[in-house]
Design a protein. Structure first.
Length: 115
């Protein structure tokens, strides 16, 4: 299993970023995908999940209305569109999935929101 995130960067408050995750090594279309984030000195928190078809996204309360998770099963890709970014969104963002009892993580991509 390999998950490779991209798209992070430096952005001003109110700005937008689109994160991408390229998945390989498993049958992507059969698994729920998720984005997590970890701010400095804090635990890794769930941001959003999306079911196998992409029809049922779910979000942590603080992201509802600002973030959109989506997937393209034909390309083995999952995305996170982030709008109206706030300084408190600054974190390393991770793509993740669970196969059986094991959870897999990408290497993460840094998002920094600063004036």
């Amino acid at each position: 299993v390999q998950l490779v995130e991209s798209g992070g960067g430096l952005v001003q408050p109110g700005g937008s970023l689109r994160l991408s995750c390229a998945a390989s090594g498993f049958t992507f279309s059969r698994y729920v995908m998720a984005w997590y984030r970890q701010a400095p000195g804090k635990e890794r928190d769930l941001v959003a999940t999306i079911n196998t078809s992409g029809a049922m996204p779910n979000y942590a309360d603080s992201m509802k209305g600002r973030f959109t998770i989506s997937r393209e099963n034909a390309k083995n890709m999952v995305y996170l569109q982030m709008n109206s970014l706030k300084p408190e969104d600054t974190a390393v963002y991770y793509c993740s999935t669970s196969l059986g009892l094991r959870r897999y993580w990408g290497q993460g991509t840094q998002v920094t929101v600063v004036s």
